[in-house]
Ligand binder design. Structure first.
Ligand SMILES: Cc1ncc(COP(=O)(O)O)c(C=O)c1O
Length: 498
C-alpha cells in the first residue's frame, strides 16, 4: 500500500516518455509501478532473475546487475529494485547496484532517475542503510522485523517537494510542507508506538552491550541519533548474518546433496551458503532418478500434520518470478519455502531435514513403484497386470477390529520383488489413524483426464506411521508396514482387462 501511495504521489512528476524498471519479484514492489506505467502509457521493463553462471540447475537464479544495466536508457525515470527476493534469499548489493544504475543513467543522459528499494525480505536479516545506499525511497515491514503489523516508507527529503500530496486538500498549506504529504488520512497511534520495541529488541541482542531503550537514557531522544546505537545495530546484524550462515549451510548442504538431487530436489535461488545468502530457502521437487515430482502442497501437508513446524508452498506473491522460471513450474502450487531467522537452531534445522526426508516419500515404496507414480499418485492403469493380485474374497478386519467390506479393497499389489529391504520402513510416533479411501467419491475426485489415478500416497504414509495388519480367518493377509511385501490399494475401477 505504501508503494501504491508513493506511485500515486509521483504521478504528477512524470513525463510522457518516461520509463520504469521493476524487479520481476514480489507483486507489492511491481504492481504499483506497473499500474502507474499503464495509467500514463509509459514503457515498463523487467529486471528478471537469471540462471547463475556455471550452474547446471536452471532454477538456481539470482538478480544479476549485468542484466539490469542494459535496460537503462535516457528515458529511465524510476528503478524499483529489491534488496532481497522473498523467494531466492540472495542479498542484492544495493549500494553497488545503485551506483552502477546512476553511472549508467548519467552515461545515457537520463535527466532524473529515482531509485526505490523493497527491503521487506531483507530487513529481518541485514541492516538497511538508506543514506549509504543513496536510494530515494525504501520500504520494509515491521512485522517481518519482530514488530507489529505495520510497514514503513522512507523518502529522501529532497524528493518531497515534487510529490503530490495524498491528504485532504483543506490541510494545505501544511501539506505543501512535509509531514502529511504521503498520509491519506489521520495516523494510527498504537502500532507506530509498538514499533519502538523493535529497536529495543535488536539492541538487546547486540554483542555490544549498552542501553536498550530511550527510557534508560538521560536524554530520551538520543538513542536514535546516537552513533553508538548504529554501531551496536551493525554488530547485531553482523552477528545475525554469521549465525544464520550456519543454518543456511546445514540446510543447503542437505538439499543439494547427491541423494536429494537424485530425488529431484532443485533449489530455487543460490545453491551455496554465504553471508550474502539469507535463510530463506526455496525448492521444487521435479522428476528425479529415484522419485517422481511431488507438489509443494503435498510436502507442506506432511509438515502440517506434525504440527510443530511451519513451512509453506506457493508463489509467495512473487508471481512474476515463479512464472518466469524455466522449465515451467505450476505458478499456483509454486515452490516450497523454508524461512528461518536468528532464533532458529541447528537442532530445528535437523528436525526439519528429518521431516523433509519423510515428505519426499517413504524410501521402501519408491524403487518398485516409482515408475507408476505421477505427482504423488499411483497410476493404476500403468501398473503391470502381472503384479496385481485379486482381492481377497473374505471380509477383512483391521487390527482396530473394524470390519472392512471386501468391496472396498479391490487389489493387493504384489511388490515382493521390490529391491528395497523390508526393514526400510518409516517409523514415527504419530497416532494418526489410518484412513483407507473407501468411497467412489474419493476416486472420482482424483481423476485426471482419462487416467484413473488413486490418491494413494497419503494412505501409504498413514499405514506406515500407524501399522495395521489386515486379517482373514486364516490369519494376517498383509502387514502394511512392509510395503515391499504388499501394497494395498482401494480403487473403484476393475483392475483387469484394461
Ligand atoms: C519482498 C517483499 N516485498 C513486499 C512484501 C509485502 O509486504 P506487506 O506484507 O507489508 O505488504 C513482502 C511480503 O511478504 C515481501 O516479501
Amino acid at each position: 500500500m505504501l508503494l501504491e501511495n508513493l506511485a500515486r504521489a509521483i504521478e504528477g512528476d512524470l513525463g510522457d516518455e518516461d520509463e520504469i524498471i521493476v524487479t520481476g519479484e514480489h507483486e507489492a514492489n511491481a504492481g504499483p509501478w506497473k499500474k502507474l506505467a499503464k495509467r500514463n502509457g509509459l514503457e515498463l521493463r523487467y529486471w528478471h532473475a537469471t540462471t547463475i553462471e556455471g550452474s547446471s540447475n536452471p532454477y538456481a537464479v539470482a538478480h544479476d546487475v549485468n542484466t539490469l544495466l542494459p535496460l537503462i536508457t535516457e528515458n529511465t525515470r524510476i528503478v524499483a529494485i529489491t534488496a532481497c527476493s522473498n523467494i531466492l534469499g540472495s542479498v542484492v548489493d544495493v549500494k553497488s547496484v545503485v551506483k552502477q544504475i546512476r553511472a549508467k543513467a548519467a552515461e545515457k543522459g537520463a535527466k532524473k532517475v529515482e531509485i526505490s528499494v523493497d527491503c521487506v525480505a531483507y530487513a529481518p536479516h541485514r541492516k538497511m542503510d538508506v543514506r549509504d545506499w543513496d536510494v530515494d525511497y525504501a520500504v520494509f515491514s515491521f512485522y517481518k522485523v519482530y514488530g507489529p503489523h505495520i510497514a514503513a516508507l522512507y523518502t529522501r527529503f529532497s524528493t518531497l517537494p515534487n510529490l503530490t500530496p495524498l491528504t485532504h486538500h483543506f490541510l494545505s498549506p501544511l501539506v505543501d510542507k512535509i509531514s502529511y504529504k504521503l498520509m491519506p488520512g489521520g495516523p494510527g497511534y498504537e502500532l507506530p508506538y509498538g514499533v519502538t520495541g523493535v529497536l529495543e529488541y535488536l539492541l538487546s541482542i547486540s554483542p555490544i552491550s549498552g542501553p536498550t531503550s530511550s527510557a534508560s537514557l538521560k536524554d530520551t531522544a538520543s538513542i536514535y541519533s546516537d552513533p553508538e546505537t548504529h554501531t551496536r545495530l551493525e554488530a547485531t546484524f553482523a552477528a545475525i548474518a554469521r549465525y544464520e550462515h550456519t543454518l543456511v549451510k546445514r540446510l543447503l548442504e542437505h538439499l543439494t546433496s547427491e541423494k536429494l538431487a537424485k530425488r529431484g530436489v532443485r533449489i530455487v535461488g543460490e545453491e551455496t551458503a554465504s553471508e550474502r545468502r539469507e535463510p530463506t530457502i526455496s525448492f521444487v521437487v521435479v522428476n528425479g532418478e529415484t522419485g517422481s515430482a511431488i507438489s509443494g502442497k503435498d510436502i507442506v501437508k506432511v509438515f502440517d500434520a506434525k504440527g510443530n513446524m511451519g513451512i509453506r508452498y506457493g508463489n509467495f506473491f512473487a508471481y512474476t518470478l515463479v512464472d518466469s522460471l524455466e522449465p515451467k513450474v505450476d505458478v499456483n502450487d509454486g515452490l516450497v519455502r523454508i524461512s528461518l531467522v536468528h532464533y532458529n537452531t541447528i537442532e530445528e534445522v535437523d528436525q526439519l531435514i528429518e521431516v523433509l526426508d519423510e515428505a519426499l516419500g517413504p524410501p521402501h515404496i519408491l524403487p518398485a513403484l516409482r515408475p507408476f507414480f505421477i505427482a504423488g499418485q499411483i497410476n493404476v492403469k500403468k501398473f503391470p497386470l502381472e503384479k496385481r493380485l485379486r482381492a481377497p474374497q473374505q471380509d477383512i478386519e483391521d487390527t482396530d477390529g473394524h470390519r472392512r467390506n471386501r468391496a472396498n479393497i479391490h487389489a493387493i499389489f504384489d511388490v515382493s520383488n521390490a529391491s528395497d529391504p523390508p526393514d526400510n520402513t518409516l517409523s514415527t510416533t504419530s497416532e494418526t489413524t489410518p484412513e483407507i479411501p473407501r468411497s467412489r467419491r474419493n476416486i472420482r475426485e482424483s481423476k485426471t483426464g482419462n487416467t484413473e489415478t488413486v490418491s494413494i500416497l497419503t494412505m501409504i504414509r498413514s499405514t506406515c506411521v500407524h501399522p495395521i495388519t489386515f486379517k482373514d480367518e486364516d490369519g494376517p493377509i498383509h502387514d502394511i508396514r512392509y510395503a515391499t511385501s504388499g501394497l494395498l490399494v482401494s480403487t473403484a475401477t476393475p483392475l483387469s482387462g484394461d
